[in-house]
Design a protein around this ligand. Structure first.
Ligand SMILES: [Zn+2]
Length: 290
């Protein structure tokens, strides 16, 4: 399936870009290029989030790991047997449907850098993750401000949130500290919002405005009505929305209200519970689903 309208949207975004994210820039140098295409794969891990990014320059990035070991099977299907390294892993927030699956990943793969909120959480899963990080001496960077990571020409990961420090804080709603990133392969943009609620979406709109414009949006909080406000959708104007959700989940995700908001905007919805893994392949100018 080729998403035909992308180019038009891209040109609009390129003409209007005002990059508010310039604080810290980190360059990733890599030894091997991986052909000319970048893959972004929304992994079918049941009720939870997990996204694998394989850049055209050969780096691997993992955003969240779902709620259990299922992620290992999905990674096995999408990475070659010898590909055992992540240049970056992002733990968007410490709820178990995002980090439980990261534990076996951190144990079995080489992880060069882990981005974390620094939020404290009282759970066995959280403690187990801290233990692995300690045992394997994994480099952790807490997100306390906007950051930019460059993986090669045009392949950029902007961390948009948190723009303040949650390090060592025990907060009521972990979702409100979710790490939010915009990933770009030149003109193809993706936004991943973790489980961020509408209040955080509002803040992003205020700060970044049209810079949020992206072709692909991972819908916040598995399609819960607490996310995906009209305002946010009207700023991101995605060509396609992905909902990472498990079959017959007990939260009744996604909410019919969110589905209606997407339908009202004629935004196609792709769901992991209906489609399994959802893979996008881009060359920097066009993107297609395979
Ligand atoms: Zn979640």
């Amino acid at each position: 399936m080729i998403l035909k309208h992308f180019k038009q949207i891209i040109l609009l975004a390129a003409g209007a870009t005002s990059i508010a994210v310039t604080l810290s820039i980190i360059l990733f140098v890599t030894a091997h290029a991986r052909a000319s295409q970048t893959e972004v794969i929304f992994l079918d891990v049941g009720q939870g989030d997990s996204v694998l990014i394989k850049t055209k320059y050969g780096q691997n990035i993992l955003i969240d790991g779902g709620r259990d070991n299922r992620v290992l099977d999905r990674l096995g299907r999408n990475l070659s047997f010898f590909d055992r390294k992540f240049d970056m892993v992002i733990a968007t927030h410490p709820d178990s449907d995002h980090i439980a699956g990261l534990i076996p990943v951190l144990e079995r793969y080489q992880v060069d850098l882990l981005l974390d909120t620094g939020v404290l959480h009282d759970s066995n899963v959280f403690e187990a993750m801290r233990e692995v990080i300690q045992q394997k001496q994994i480099l952790v960077r807490f997100v306390e401000s906007e950051q930019r990571y460059e993986f090669g020409e045009g392949v950029i990961l902007d961390v948009l949130f948190p723009n303040k420090s949650f390090v060592d804080k025990d907060i009521d709603d972990n979702n409100a500290a979710s790490i939010i990133v915009k990933f770009s392969d030149k003109e193809i943009d993706y936004i991943f919002t973790g489980d961020a609620p509408k209040e955080v979406e509002d803040e992003l709109v205020n700060i970044h405005g049209i810079y949020l414009d992206s072709e692909v949006l991972k819908i916040g909080h598995h399609g819960s009505d607490t996310s995906s406000s009209d305002l946010f959708l009207s700023m991101v104007t995605p060509e396609v929305a992905i909902i990472q959700v498990g079959k017959d989940n007990r939260y009744n995700h996604p909410s019919f209200r969110v589905l209606r908001r997407l339908q009202d905007r004629s935004i196609p919805v792709l769901r992991n519970d209906e489609m399994g893994d959802i893979r996008f392949v881009s060359d920097g100018e066009f993107v297609e689903m395979r």
